[in-house]
Design a protein. Structure first.
Length: 297
């Protein structure tokens, strides 16, 4: 009882001391005195492009770490996946359908994983570009434009990272996903094959980004429609094969025209066609962005 009483007394004394200090201290003060900021902006804020890259940096780093860890974890299962599904023929059939009907399960595994990552990378692209809309709503975009930066330069600054980072990330995920398979079999060429398979799916994400830019340029209030495209695509990837849905239904995604390497052969007309569609959407969105009003908070 003595120890408990001493602890209770000490608690009361500390709480009382905290109340006294709270009543006396200056809420506008800190441990360090306030000082003037820099006379000139740092190099990381010296242009619209540099500012956009700085604002998008955290998302790029976070998604990169998360997806590469996912690829590393899933890739570690590639060499034992066949044995794991030997006793579950139903699940094996699902992965074979998700993998484009591949005869070898390891190829179906890579195709299925890349199909999921391709949609997630599209999420990355839309999120990175959506930072421009957030800056407009806060009134920050108007401040940048008041410095002499053109609308095209401002749009391009956010678009560059939103387009380039997800494509590189998809290729990197493909390479990391196949590392364990290459190390086990000694056939390191599979790393390039799976990385190339990821690159072949990149135009689908660029089309989704093009839809986001088109809506932002002409009808910003309808920007949520982009997420319907992403959500539908993710649902088809996850449950389309599991429910054995009709091919015409699961094919209603921006990735369906693209080749599923290494199961299918490379289809350059499809890849270039989807890239062309993405360029057209991006161009139309840029035209709309230069014409519409930019209203901030």
């Amino acid at each position: 009882m003595g120890a408990r009483a001493a602890a209770a007394v000490a608690t009361l004394l500390l709480v009382g001391l905290a109340v006294v200090l709270e009543a006396r201290r200056d809420h506008g003060a800190g441990l360090w005195a306030a000082r003037r900021g820099r006379g000139e902006a740092a190099a990381s804020f010296a242009s619209a492009g540099a500012l956009a890259r700085r604002l998008q940096r955290g998302q790029v780093i976070g998604w990169t770490i998360g997806l590469l860890l996912f690829a590393l974890a899933m890739g570690s299962l590639s060499t034992t996946f066949d044995d794991m599904l030997e006793q579950v023929p139903q699940l094996r059939a699902i992965f074979e359908r998700a993998g484009g009907g591949a005869e070898q399960l390891v190829e179906a595994f890579f195709v299925a994983m890349l199909s999921i990552v391709a949609v997630l990378v599209a999420v990355v692209a839309v999120q990175l570009f959506s930072r421009l809309a957030a800056e407009e709503q806060r009134g920050h975009a108007e401040l940048v434009l008041s410095t002499g930066a053109t609308r095209g330069r401002l749009l391009g600054a956010y678009l560059l990272v939103a387009a380039l980072a997800p494509v590189l990330l998809l290729v990197a995920v493909g390479a990391v996903l196949s590392l364990n398979q290459a190390r086990t079999t000694g056939e390191w060429g599979v790393v390039g094959e799976v990385a190339g398979a990821g690159a072949a799916l990149a135009p689908g994400g660029l089309v989704v980004l093009g839809i986001a830019v088109l809506l932002h340029g002409w009808a910003p209030r309808l920007a949520w429609l982009t997420w319907i495209v992403v959500g539908w695509s993710l649902a088809m990837v996850w449950v389309g094969a599991a429910l054995d849905l009709p091919e015409w239904l699961t094919g209603l995604t921006p990735w369906s025209p693209l080749p599923q390497l290494p199961v299918e052969k490379m289809d350059w007309p499809a890849v270039l066609g989807m890239l062309g569609l993405a360029v057209v959407l991006l161009g139309l969105g840029a035209v709309g962005y230069r014409r519409r009003d930019i209203s901030g908070a």
